[in-house]
Each structure stands twice: as structure tokens, then as C-alpha cells.
Design a protein around this ligand. Structure first.
Ligand SMILES: Cc1cc2ncn([C@H]3O[C@H](COP(=O)(O)O)[C@@H](O)[C@H]3O)c2cc1C
Ligand SMILES: O=C(O)c1cccnc1
Length: 357
């Protein structure tokens, strides 16, 4: 068990503060309430605008150079038949992403979002590419969690540093989180079950297509993994034992982005699992997170409940890669434009409500 969080991580955790100030929140609310619209009529766009204004510390927030950081790694646990696809698909999809043919390639191109693939431990080598950051912590991916911890604590801390470094290198003021790694819906389900003390069958979804008997098998494997690591309960130890390299890197990315007061756009079930770990280490990170969508993956609803988060979209996506975050991106842009460009009743000469609202 981790007696205490080692530095420099402890130092990072101590320096993360809640976004915004009460005075800024009041100013943002006042501006929104005096735009040429009935009070509150832009619905969820209004709290989104308040949140982004608070994070960026201004009543005129402008999103600049958004960056999709897509963390990729393989999982030893995939050998236990917990995915409908083989481990080689992580490597094949990584190449597809770099060649511009994956869903996330299309969506980031469409929305002008920068895309970087961070190889934290894909089990085969990837050729150099301008959009690839090679940061393998383990050349073959994480260990099989049904036999031993997925990572040692030093490996886990190293992966967290990979995520922090990726954010430090990224330009702009918004980070979108994406992931790739066959077997990672299992790792995410394990993190949720252990950190929230929930039954594993409620946390386990079909992932890439594990239905019926295949799902039963996935649940049985994951139950055994939890049993093997029954004594592990502290967030960092849970991440090391049950998580994966890309999950640990995403924890680091969330912490660093919150530290730097950037907007964090969370994708689906797997990226939310990283946010859950980060939030258990430092709850203030949640103020920086925009939850893009409710994934079709069973367990995401419970995960979002645990995070007290309400997602922007419900599109029955069950892909990962950061696809939901990219799809939701225009909503964040609209929220900022409402604050920056929309007229007020006074500036447009429009009469205000005749009755108190
Ligand atoms: C072709 C293909 C493209 C993907 N893109 C993301 N994932 C998603 O599915 C995987 C997790 O599901 P599981 O736990 O069932 O393996 C991860 O790679 C995730 O990013 C994909 C999966 C496949 C097969
Ligand atoms: O929601 C997700 O993150 C997800 C769902 C299925 C497969 N991979 C990721």
C-alpha cells in the first residue's frame, strides 16, 4: 500500500486549485443573463460557458489550438479473452490513425483539432510520424493483471509523467482526451469497481462486442482479477494493479492540464476511468473537465454518477479514440462565442422582460 503519494506527484496535486473565482462566476452569470434571450434559454450552453470562462479566467473566453491527445498501449489482460478483437488491432489502428483513416482522424480534421498519438506501450514498433510521440514505458504493454499488477508503482508513475509531458508539449488552452488499447474497457471496469466499491457485473460492458457468453467470461475474468488484488484500495495502487499504461498517462494528462488551467474534454467510459482516478487523487480536477457524452458502454452511467458529471451528448457511441470529445467540441466553441459575440439587451436596444423572471 502507498503510505504517501511520492513527489513530484504530491507536489502537483498540492498545486492544483479550483478554477475561477466567485467574482468571475458572478460576472459571467450577469453577462449571460443580459444577452438578448429569455434568461436561461440557452440551456446547458450557459453553464458550459460559465465553466469555460471560469477555467480560462475571463468573461471573454476564446478556445485556442485544441489538442486531441490520444494515449495508446497494450494490455497483458487481453490474453485472457476479454475483448472481441486481438491485441494486434491496437497496433493496426494506431497506424490507421496516423494514416488519417480512423474515426478520430476524420473528426479531428473536420473540427480543426490537433491530433497526437502517444505510444505508451503498443506491443509492436510504430514508424516515426509527425503526429506520433514515442513514450513507451513498457515495450510489450502492461502485464496481465490476472497474474500480477499491471504495472509496478515506478512504471505507473513513469506513465503518469508521460501524460504530464504530453500536455506540457501541447499548445493551446484545451486538451481533448482519447485512448486506444485492446482490452482497456476491462481495465476501466476494474478501476470503477474497485474505486467505487461496485459489483463488477454492473461495471462491465460489451466493449468491442462481448455479448452473452462472451460477456459472462469477461465478467468472470475481471472478478478473478479483483480477487487477486483484493488488498489494493489506494487510488495510485489501484491504478498500478488494475489499470494500464495509457490510463495512467491520461491520469497524468488530467492532472497537468488542471494544473495549467486548461479545458479538459473527456470522451467515454475509458477516458472517464482515468478522470475518476485523477479525481480521487485531487478532486479539484473535476472543475476543469467537460464530459462530452454518455457512452453506450455499460458502466459509464455509474461512472458519471460517481463523478457527479452530466454529459453533453447521448449518441450511443461505443468507440473511444476520443470520438465523443471531438463530436462535442463545437458545443464548447458555441458556448464561448455566445459570451464573446452575442449582444446584450442594452447594446442591441432590445426591451427586457415585462415581468420579473
Ligand atoms: C477496430 C477498432 C477500433 C477501435 N478504436 C477504438 N477502439 C476501442 O476499443 C478498445 C476497447 O475495447 P475492448 O476492451 O473490448 O478491447 C480500445 O482500443 C478502444 O479504444 C477500437 C476497437 C477496435 C476493434
Ligand atoms: O466509451 C468508451 O470509452 C469505449 C467504449 C467501447 C470501446 N472502447 C471505448
Amino acid at each position: 500500500m502507498t503510505a504517501s503519494i511520492p513527489s513530484p506527484l504530491a507536489d502537483v496535486l498540492a498545486r492544483i486549485v479550483a478554477p475561477g473565482t466567485p467574482a468571475l462566476a458572478d460576472a459571467l452569470q450577469h453577462l449571460l443573463d443580459h444577452k438578448t434571450k429569455p434568461v436561461g434559454s440557452l440551456g446547458r450552453l450557459e453553464p458550459l460557458a460559465r465553466q469555460i470562462g471560469g477555467i480560462l479566467g475571463t468573461t471573454e473566453p476564446r478556445l485556442e489550438a485544441p489538442q486531441m491527445l490520444l494515449f495508446a498501449a497494450d494490455h497483458g489482460l487481453a490474453r485472457q479473452g476479454v475483448s472481441a478483437y486481438g491485441q494486434e488491432v491496437s497496433w493496426q489502428m494506431a497506424q490507421n490513425i496516423l494514416h488519417g483513416g480512423a474515426a478520430i482522424s476524420v473528426l479531428t480534421r473536420q473540427h480543426g483539432i490537433g491530433l497526437t498519438l502517444i505510444d505508451c506501450g503498443i506491443a509492436q514498433p510504430l514508424p516515426a510520424h509527425p503526429q506520433l510521440r514515442s513514450a513507451k514505458v513498457l515495450p510489450d504493454g502492461s502485464a496481465d493483471a490476472s497474474e500480477q499488477p499491471a504495472m509496478t508503482l515506478p512504471q505507473c508513475l513513469q506513465a503518469i509523467e508521460v501524460g504530464r509531458e504530453a500536455v506540457r508539449h501541447a499548445p493551446g488552452n484545451a486538451i481533448l482526451l482519447g485512448e486506444l488499447g485492446i482490452g482497456n474497457t476491462s481495465a476501466a471496469a476494474l478501476l470503477l469497481a474497485r474505486l467505487e466499491n461496485l459489483p463488477i457485473e454492473d461495471c462491465t460492458g460489451a466493449g468491442t462486442g462481448m455479448h452473452g457468453a462472451a460477456w459472462e467470461h469477461k465478467v468472470a475474468v475481471l472478478r478473478q482479477v479483483l480477487h487477486t488484488h483484493a488488498a489494493v484500495t489506494e487510488p495510485l495502487d489501484v491504478l498500478a494493479a488494475l489499470g494500464g499504461l495509457e490510463l495512467a498517462a491520461m491520469v497524468g494528462a488530467v492532472l497537468q492540464a488542471a494544473l495549467e488551467q486548461r479545458v479538459i474534454v473527456v470522451d467515454g467510459f475509458v477516458t472517464s476511468a482515468a478522470v475518476l482516478v485523477a479525481a480521487r487523487l485531487q478532486a479539484q480536477v473535476l472543475g476543469y473537465c467537460v464530459f462530452s457524452h454518455l457512452s453506450h458502454e455499460q458502466g459509464h452511467r455509474l461512472m458519471l454518477q460517481a463523478l457527479q458529471a452530466s454529459p453533453l451528448l447521448q449518441m450511443d457511441l461505443r468507440l473511444g479514440e476520443g470520438s465523443g470529445a471531438a463530436l462535442a467540441w463545437p458545443l464548447l466553441e458555441s458556448a464561448c462565442r455566445i459570451l464573446c459575440e452575442m449582444a446584450s439587451f442594452a447594446s442591441a436596444g432590445v426591451s427586457t422582460a415585462r415581468t420579473a423572471v
